[in-house]
Design a protein around this ligand. Structure first.
Ligand SMILES: Nc1ncnc2c1ncn2[C@@H]1O[C@H](COP(=O)(O)OP(=O)(O)O)[C@@H](O)[C@H]1O
Ligand SMILES: [Mg+2]
Length: 294
C-alpha cells in the first residue's frame, strides 16, 4: 500500500472519473503538492485531459513497468510539480497477462504488480492519484492493492440502492480480494449534478445509511453538469481553472454576446466546483494521515 495514494474508481464509465483525476491532480500540483497522476485505463483519456496526448506512449511504459520489465518513467512537468504515467491501448492485454501470472500460482506477485512498480518513485511525490478503467477488474484490483484511499465519483442516476450497492459491494471486494485491509474510503464525490446539490446529497446519505454500517463521507462540494465547458476542456487539454482563465480573457472582446457570457459563467462554476472538491479531498487525506498511529 502506497500511503500518499488516492484511487478514483467506480466500476462504471461516464461518471466523470478521468475529469476528476485530471482536475484534482492539476489543482493539487498548483497548490504545492508534488503530484503523480497515473492512468490505468486502456482508453488513455487522462493524457488528453492534461493536454499531453502527443507526449504519451499509449501506456507502453506503464505496461512494461507493471510487468517488471522496466522502471516506471512518468512524463515529467506536465504542469509545475505534476507528472503523468499515461495509460492507453498498450494496457489492453494486461488483464490476460495478470491472469496468466495468477494461474501460475503467483497470486500475490500478480496482485502487487502496480504497487511494486510504483514503490521506487513514491518518495518523489506528496500525492499519487490513480485513474481507473470502468471494466477491467484485474486492473482495478491491482490499483486497489496499491492505493491507500478511495474516492468514488457518483452521478445522480446511480444514487439508487442498486447503483451505490454495486459500488460498495465492489469496495468490500477490493478490500478483501485485493488483500488491502487498509484501503480507506475517503468519500463519495457527486458529479454531473443538475438538481440542487443538497437534495442529491441528502438522498445519497440516506441510501448509504441504509446500505452500510460505516459512515461514509459524502463530500459537500459537487461537480456540476456543464457539458460545453467539459467538452471544451477535453478538446483543448485544459483543466477547468485554465479554461476559466481563457474564458475570462476572451470575454471583453465579445462582451455584448450572450453565449460567451454563459460560456465564462459555466467555466467559472466548474472551476470553483473542482477547487472546492479538491480542498475537501486533500483535507480528508491529510486528516487521515495525521490520525494514523506512528
Ligand atoms: N462536469 C461535467 N459536465 C458535463 N459533462 C461532463 C462533465 N465532466 C465530464 N463530462 C463528460 O462526461 C464524459 C465522461 O467523463 P469522464 O471524465 O471521461 O468520465 P469517466 O472517466 O468516468 O468515464 C465525457 O464526455 C466528458 O466530456
Ligand atoms: Mg475515464
Amino acid at each position: 500500500m502506497i500511503p500518499n495514494s488516492i484511487l478514483v474508481t467506480n466500476g462504471k464509465g461516464g461518471v466523470g472519473k478521468t475529469s476528476l483525476v485530471a482536475n484534482v491532480a492539476g489543482l493539487a500540483a498548483a497548490s504545492g503538492w508534488r503530484t503523480l497522476a497515473i492512468d490505468t485505463d486502456p482508453q488513455g483519456n487522462l493524457a488528453r485531459d492534461l493536454g499531453v496526448l502527443e507526449a504519451a506512449d499509449d501506456g507502453t511504459n506503464l505496461h512494461e513497468a507493471i510487468l517488471g520489465r522496466t522502471s516506471l518513467a512518468p512524463i515529467t512537468s506536465v504542469r509545475d510539480r505534476l507528472d503523468l504515467a499515461p495509460g492507453g491501448p498498450a494496457l489492453d492485454g494486461l488483464t490476460s497477462e495478470i491472469h496468466t501470472i495468477m494461474a501460475r500460482g503467483q497470486y500475490l506477485t500478480a496482485l502487487t504488480l502496480l504497487e511494486t512498480a510504483l514503490t521506487p518513485i513514491t518518495g518523489d511525490y506528496d500525492l499519487i492519484i490513480i485513474d481507473s478503467p470502468p471494466g477491467e477488474r484485474a486492473l482495478q484490483t491491482l490499483a486497489a492493492r496499491a492505493a491507500h484511499h478511495l474516492v468514488i465519483p457518483t452521478a445522480p442516476d446511480d444514487c439508487s440502492i442498486d447503483g451505490l450497492g454495486a459500488v460498495f459491494g465492489r469496495f468490500q471486494h477490493l478490500r478483501t480480494e485485493g488483500g488491502n485491509p487498509e484501503l480507506n474510503m475517503l468519500g463519495v464525490a457527486l458529479t454531473l449534478t443538475v438538481t440542487q446539490a443538497t437534495a442529491v446529497q441528502r438522498r445519497v446519505r440516506h441510501t448509504l445509511s441504509e446500505l452500510l454500517d460505516d459512515r461514509v463521507e459524502v463530500f459537500a462540494s459537487t461537480v456540476r453538469f456543464a457539458q460545453a465547458a467539459a467538452v471544451a476542456c477535453r478538446r483543448d487539454g485544459r483543466l477547468a481553472h485554465e479554461y476559466e482563465q481563457v474564458a475570462l480573457n476572451a470575454e471583453p472582446r465579445y462582451a455584448t454576446t450572450g453565449p460567451v457570457e454563459a460560456y465564462s459563467r459555466a467555466a467559472t462554476g466548474l472551476a470553483s466546483d473542482y477547487q472546492n472538491l479538491t480542498n475537501e479531498i486533500l483535507t480528508a487525506h491529510t486528516n487521515h494521515q495525521l490520525r494514523r498511529p506512528a
